[in-house]
Ligand binder design. Structure first.
Ligand code: ZN
Ligand code: ZN
Length: 315
């Protein structure tokens, strides 16, 4: 009996990041980046399905701030890896590379991991410590999509993070379908809600996604903006991280200067709440309490004007 319990304990340790040191979850990665001065405009962008190499069929979430890009791979609540990279003009910037190293260092809980990271050569390097790989990828690498990257990942965990064909079917959409759905959605909403807040990509969002050269553009697929892993299977889902305060800008009013309105209180339970747009109910719904937010109350509290575009903002 005792032997079995001990064996189970060992299995438990082996599963946790393969070294007893889990990587930061997606929320933590996003929040760490969002707190940086260089990532003020951090926003989620579509992530293109990769079907080759170590990242093959591993669902991931991408964020972009200017020419910086953050990717978090696998289960959002227990990622198998994350990376921060730079593109275009920033490729020449030593300061931008330092920002990337600093972000990654801040996300590593283990002092020995941080020490190892600091020894990586900036042009290209790869070191492994106790199951976790630390890598610098140059823009010339085949899988770099023209960017320079600092990556931290567990290869065994990536292997366990691949989505099956059935799961992929549920959590991905082709570029062609993104455009078709976006076209069909025009004018169908009682409030002008940003597509991402609705839980879908807009055709315009696609320009920010990685582009593959080996598949015709229309056939390339991207991961849905919101998914999670439940009982080992990836499913379309909205986690708290996919919700936020209701935000809009009231501009050109004759009653006040241009201003941002942020609605934080649930009108039913009066609590500080984050919301998501419910496509069926056609209104915002409180994530914790589940109560609908009356569309008629989504208006400027100073002049009463109805917003031109509404989205949610992370708490
Ligand atoms: Zn409520
Ligand atoms: Zn107003």
């Amino acid at each position: 009996m005792r032997t079995i319990a001990f064996a189970l304990l060992l299995v438990g340790f082996a599963r946790q990041g393969d070294a007893g040191r889990p990587l930061p979850d997606r929320t933590r990665c996003r929040q760490a980046a969002a707190a940086k001065a260089w990532a003020r405009d951090l926003r989620q962008i579509p992530s293109t399905v990769i079907d080759k190499g170590v990242l093959r069929n591993v669902p991931y979430t991408s964020y972009r701030a200017g020419e910086y890009e953050l990717n978090v791979y696998g289960d959002p609540s227990a990622p198998a890896g994350f990376e921060i990279g730079i593109h275009k003009e920033l490729l020449k910037s030593a300061a931008a590379k330092k920002n990337c190293f600093d972000l990654v260092a801040g996300l590593l809980a283990d002092a020995a991991d941080r020490a190892l990271l600091a020894t990586l050569k900036q042009d290209a390097d790869k070191k492994i410590r106790a199951g976790i790989t630390f890598e610098v990828t140059p823009p010339t690498a085949e899988d770099a999509y023209g960017g320079w990257w600092v990556s931290v990942y567990s290869e065994p965990a990536l292997d366990r993070s691949r989505a099956s064909a059935t799961e992929l079917e549920k959590i991905t959409v082709t570029r062609q379908d993104v455009k078709r759905i976006d076209e069909g959605a025009k004018g169908g909403s009682p409030l002008p809600v940003d597509p991402l807040t609705q839980g879908r990509w807009a055709a315009d969002d696609l320009s920010g996604a990685r582009s593959r050269k080996d598949v015709p553009e229309e056939k390339q697929a991207v991961y849905a903006p919101a998914y999670s892993r439940k009982n080992g299977a990836y499913v379309p889902d909205r986690t708290e991280d996919d919700t936020g305060y209701i935000l809009f800008v009231c501009a050109n009013s004759d009653k006040h200067e241009d201003r941002e309105e942020i609605l934080k209180l649930c009108t039913t339970c009066k609590k500080d709440e984050t919301f998501f747009w419910d496509l069926e109910k056609k209104c915002f719904v409180g994530f914790q309490c589940g109560n609908p937010y009356d569309n008629a109350l989504v208006k400027c509290t100073l002049c009463g004007r109805v917003p031109k575009r509404v989205r949610t903002k992370h708490r």
